[in-house]
Write a protein that binds this ligand. Structure first.
Ligand SMILES: [Zn+2]
Length: 326
């Protein structure tokens, strides 16, 4: 029996939900694998994260205490990246825009060349199953460090990163601090993204988009507080790459049923559904779709429309059949 995505959601058939092709365009490589994968590797269980953490600081407190000791080295990072690719394949993700933080260079004595080889091998190994599009990840606090800024400029010249993303502590730097880096990425033909509006601030979302000439926004849910900003996003067709469970666990949203992705969608803002940090938030893309359906944020048909639109915007060629037998 073959069933489509709408039926898969309405009958709660997770296997069939997973079988439908999906994108994950908001995913950080360092925490991109399932925690279970890391547990299997280290050989013991890891403490689960609290259901609610205090924003990025709370998340990092958990990650530094529980996860980082096991993966904060080259071997650990590479294990996670490979496991993440397997997790993505199992989840039906066919396009994966995964960000590689410039500070990963700390793990590579051979510098960018060595990091690039690892990423190239990863892309090549999974080419038949998932289209990995490496993204350059830059934390805001690195904008104040000439060494990391220089490395990021060099990374753009490598011609391996297809997009760039800016994240971490909002107050660490204004978007102007990375304007020249983003101009360079633009000139290199890269897609421009940044984290903004994760914890409110519609105007900040608009300002960051304008200063950096962003194509897409990571989170951006704060835009939902302003009809005017949503109209502006809709007119410009700027996509928000939303991670529902991450928003709930880090306190940007009180509960999933009240997630502003509904308001954004109703106001014509393009949205996608993503994992953020699978190791911490524990929900794959398929599970995020399923959760949004089950709490009544979207109908199955609306989720199908979001899924198809997310594939269309990345130009997915759909390497596997849309309908799969049960
Ligand atoms: Zn993120």
């Amino acid at each position: 029996m073959s069933i489509d995505f709408v039926e898969a959601l309405s009958t709660d058939n997770l296997t069939a939900i997973k079988a439908a092709p999906k994108t994950d365009v908001h995913c950080h490589a360092f925490f991109s694998a399932r925690r279970e994968s890391v547990e299997g590797w280290v050989g013991h269980p890891l403490t689960e994260p609290p259901l609610k953490m205090k924003a990025v600081e709370g998340m990092m407190a958990y990650a530094d205490a529980v996860l980082a000791p096991h993966i904060k080295h080259r071997e650990g990072f590479e294990f996670v990246a490979v496991a993440a690719m397997d997790n993505a394949v199992q989840d039906g993700v066919v396009i994966l825009e995964m960000s590689f933080d410039i500070r990963l260079l700390k793990f590579y004595s051979g510098g960018l060349t060595e990091l690039r080889s690892f990423i190239e091998i990863l892309v090549e190994q999974y080419r038949e199953k998932v289209d990995l599009r490496p993204e350059l990840g830059f934390a805001r606090e690195c904008a104040n460090d000439p060494k990391w800024m220089e490395s990021a400029h060099e990374a753009i010249e490598l011609d391996i990163f297809q997009s760039i993303d800016l994240y971490s502590h909002q107050e660490a730097c204004a978007p102007e601090a990375v304007q020249s880096l983003y101009a360079k990425a633009r000139a290199a033909g890269m897609k421009l993204k940044a984290h903004v509006g994760e914890f409110g601030g519609a105007e900040e979302v608009r300002r960051t988009i304008e200063v950096l000439d962003l194509d897409e926004v990571q989170h951006g849910i704060g835009a939902a507080e302003s009809v005017e900003v949503m109209r502006w996003l809709s007119e410009k067709q700027i996509q928000l790459n939303v991670c529902p469970t991450s928003n709930v666990m880090l306190g940007g949203v009180s509960e999933l049923a009240a997630h502003p992705i509904r308001v954004l969608f109703d106001n014509g803002v393009p949205v996608t559904i993503n994992t953020d940090d699978l190791m911490i938030f524990g929900q794959s893309v398929s599970e995020e779709y399923r959760n949004l359906y089950q709490v009544g944020v979207f109908s199955a048909q609306e989720l199908e429309d979001i899924r198809r639109a997310s594939l269309a915007t990345v130009g997915a060629r759909l390497p596997r059949p849309y309908i799969k037998e049960e």
